[in-house]
Design a protein around this ligand. Structure first.
Ligand SMILES: [Zn+2]
Length: 104
């Protein structure tokens, strides 16, 4: 299992043999009032911490736009000084786009 931001394998496996990861809500309720599974990212602990630290309302506004107009499966994002991207599997991104388009 791979982190959606750094694209590295999750750092360790839990006692049950599945990967440990952090489930992070990509967009806050302000941007996406309805709770939906597609709004969650699977991140390693470091990326989850960076996301929490650097992703404010401005960044989320840009992300929202980027998802709606996405033509690839990687959504650009800057975390502090670092320009990176959130990688989605195609079905996940499609679901997310659908929800956002319905909300707007
Ligand atoms: Zn990561």
């Amino acid at each position: 299992m791979i982190c959606q931001i750094c694209k590295r394998e999750m750092p360790f496996k839990k006692r049950d043999g599945t990967h440990y990861f952090e489930k992070k809500e990509m967009l806050a309720r302000k941007f996406l009032p309805k709770e939906d599974e597609a709004n969650f990212l699977a991140l390693c602990p470091v990326c989850a911490a960076k996301y929490k630290e650097f992703v404010n309302d401005d960044v989320m506004g840009d992300l929202w736009e980027a998802v709606v107009s996405a033509d690839s499966c990687e959504i650009p994002i800057s975390l502090g000084d670092e320009n990176t991207g959130i990688c989605f599997v195609e079905t996940h991104l499609c679901d997310l786009k659908t929800i956002l388009e319905c909300e707007s």
